[in-house]
Design a protein around this ligand. Structure first.
Ligand code: IVH
Length: 625
């Protein structure tokens, strides 16, 4: 029988035409904000007055910067998910919530005696995933997403639920809003559920994503402050965007005593970290030409220090973004930089706009070759389509030697540019027959730097094939697609005869990428260049991971927490070279969970399942010794 938690239910693609409005049984309130130690002390005093207690236990947890969600489970099954909306009514987005890996379709609430429960949480996108999505979108000429918060909010309401999965949405549960048993009795009265901190941990055990090490039970407001301080320092290194911490009275009875205003609960408060945004002046907009001809507008601003770095150039991505935000030269703009998110212009400070300012007019010609630029209908960026455009040729060379491609030691943007301008290096194959005597005559080049460059170039001939494929600069191909593509071939030359059908059957390659791969590798000029590279000694063969042993044959592995004995990539190689397989989530199909330090929800889930062998790095290494 197909029950709502059947795996096929998650697999089925749903196209939602609209999202019905639904009412929240308990309003989804906001939080009051606080900014310093004094505010926290005032909060503590207020709580003590409201409850008549002299000591209060607080739970302190990150304030995730995403979009809130309310999820209802009945009889152990997910029955409804909704956005916050105005707090009273939101949009029903159950189908999209089902696409989030961290939202179980069913959870054993019945084991706790709970029949119906509503959970509140924050939908977020991991910073790395966010960066990857944008990289891919940029490659595909799609509008880039401004920050993880906006994209989480936007993605919750996408019509095609597959997008939710593609964009890697996750949800952290931060509150059990209500829980009743079969007879409708409030379960918060029971010792099982009368403490917030424990309730969250229970959710972790049931398979939800929760703040683990990220939260702390504090016995005093001084302890609260110290914990917040420690987070203010490490928030940039954290995987998710957070904009503060939330301090909550831990005892649910006491929460009820405190009550709420129409705007926020009195038993909780947000502590906001210092904003990482600053105002500066937009001096000019310049244009960059990418290796595929994409024309990117770049804002030149008066240098400002924000989020730990000085910023003077900021990508504006495309004309639409400039127009939407009505950014004009001379404007005072707000620059934001959050953690490792690239700095961006969030908005214009309109009251400071100069009277004589004029709307920005986007160029219609390539800044390098002055040819007219074009914009394909479904794309966000303009492109220069002149095959002879010098800026593109130079960018292609820079890309070829870069870290993500051939990663040639001693070769960077500046070097390529200077060689290009001198006419020493005009095409990719020429990298492998450089005239080092001529280079030696250039300023700044000594024997040592020349040898370093020569070694770097020689070594690059043996780089794995995906690096070469990425380096060629085929449109729509980035590191991930390059890896997907080479998995299926033994030699790059096979792509000279590849068919559209073959390409489309490769996981991760859609029609757009397939047609671009086909165009590139069927082109006689490109084939000629690849053969020339082979003649010069480049590796065109795909060296697949060599099988070392069959010790892990038929076994599945998952690594979690921070690893100290090997990196994630090395772990993957160790598993695969010994015949094992990596899988990405904890389920009955998982044989071994290798848990490093600070392992979180995956470890909890594996423990709860009871079928997974949980081992540490040492034990894993012993298995393949
Ligand atoms: S508790 C009644 N805890 O912050 C309790 N909220 O400004 C209200 N948020 O809309 C929320 N992380 O979306 C709580 N650990 C956390 C949170 C959190 C993020 C969001 C939430 C809420 C907003 C309030």
């Amino acid at each position: 029988m197909l029950t709502p938690d059947s795996p096929t239910e998650r697999v089925a693609r749903t196209l939602t035409s609209d999202f019905p409005t639904v009412s929240h049984s308990i309003p989804m309130l906001s939080l009051e904000n606080s900014y310093d130690e004094n505010d926290l002390n005032d909060f503590d005093t207020r709580i003590k007055e409201l409850t008549g207690k002299t000591a209060i236990e607080y739970c302190v947890e990150p304030k995730f910067d995403g979009s809130s969600i309310a999820i209802i489970y009945e009889n152990d099954l997910l029955v409804r998910a909704a956005t916050r909306g105005d707090g009273i009514q939101g949009d029903e987005i159950t189908n999209n919530a089902r696409r989030m890996k961290s939202v179980p379709l069913s959870a054993k609430f019945s084991a706790l005696g709970i029949y119906r429960v509503e959970l509140r949480g924050e939908v977020v996108i991991n910073k790395k995933t966010f960066a990857k999505i944008n990289e891919k979108r940029e490659e595909e000429g799609l509008q880039i997403l401004q920050n993880p918060r906006n994209s989480a909010a936007g993605t919750l309401r996408v019509k095609d639920s597959i997008e939710v999965e593609k964009r890697g949405l996750e949800a952290f549960m931060y509150q059990m809003a209500y829980a009743v048993d079969k007879d409708g009795n409030d379960m918060f009265n029971t010792t099982l559920l009368n403490k917030h901190f424990n309730n969250i941990n229970q959710l972790g055990t049931l398979g939800f994503k929760i703040p683990n090490q990220e939260k702390k039970l504090c016995k005093s407001i001084a302890e609260v402050h110290a914990f917040i301080q420690s987070w203010e320092e490490k928030r940039d290194d954290y995987e998710y965007e957070i904009d503060g911490m939330v301090i909550k009275v831990n005892d649910i009875d006491l929460q009820k005593e405190c009550g709420a205003t129409s705007h926020h609960p009195r038993w909780a408060i947000a502590y906001k970290f210092k904003a990482r945004e600053v105002e500066t002046e937009l001096l000019d907009v310049e244009y960059q030409v990418g290796r595929t001809g994409a024309i990117t507008p770049v804002a030149k601003v008066k240098p400002v220090f924000v989020g730990g770095v000085t910023v003077s150039s900021i990508s504006l991505h495309n004309e639409d973004i400039i127009r939407e935000k009505d950014i004009r030269i001379g404007d005072v703009v707000v620059v934001q930089r959050a953690g490792d998110v690239i700095p961006y212009i969030d908005r214009v400070v309109l009251p400071k706009r100069k009277e004589n300012s004029e709307p920005f007019i986007f160029t219609r010609e390539c800044p390098s070759c002055q040819q007219p630029i074009v914009k394909p209908a479904e794309e966000a960026v303009y492109r220069c389509v002149n095959a002879e455009c010098k800026a593109q040729a130079e960018e292609r060379l820079i890309h070829f030697v870069s870290k993500d491609a051939m990663d040639i030691d001693g070769f960077g943007r500046e070097t390529v540019s200077s060689f290009y301008k001198e006419g020493i290096l005009m095409s990719i194959p020429e990298i492998y027959s450089l005239d080092f005597d001529r280079i030696g005559k250039l300023e700044g080049w000594k024997e040592k730097s020349i040898n370093k460059l020569r070694d770097g170039i020689t070594k690059s001939k043996e780089q794995p094939l995906w690096r070469l494929v990425n380096g060629l600069g085929v449109r729509h191909i980035g590191t991930q697609t390059a890896k997907d593509l080479v998995k299926t071939i033994n030699n790059l030359k096979e792509l000279f005869e590849v068919t559209p059908e073959q390409l489309q059957s490769i996981e991760g390659i859609g029609p757009k990428v397939a047609s671009s791969v086909l165009d590139y590798f069927h082109n006689a000029g490109n084939q000629h260049m690849i053969l020339e590279l082979e003649e010069k000694g480049l590796n065109l063969k795909n060296q697949k991971v060599e099988q070392q042993s069959a010790k892990l044959n038929n076994l599945t592995f998952l690594f979690t927490g921070s690893l100290t004995r090997f990196t994630r990539d090395e772990a993957k190689e160790l598993v695969e070279s010994n015949g094992g397989k990596l899988i990405s989530s904890v389920s009955k199909n998982l044989h071994y969970l290798v848990a490093g330090e600070n392992a979180g929800s995956k470890l909890d889930k594996a423990k709860a399942l009871g079928t997974v062998n949980i081992i540490d790095e040492e034990a894993f290494l012993n298995m393949i010794k």
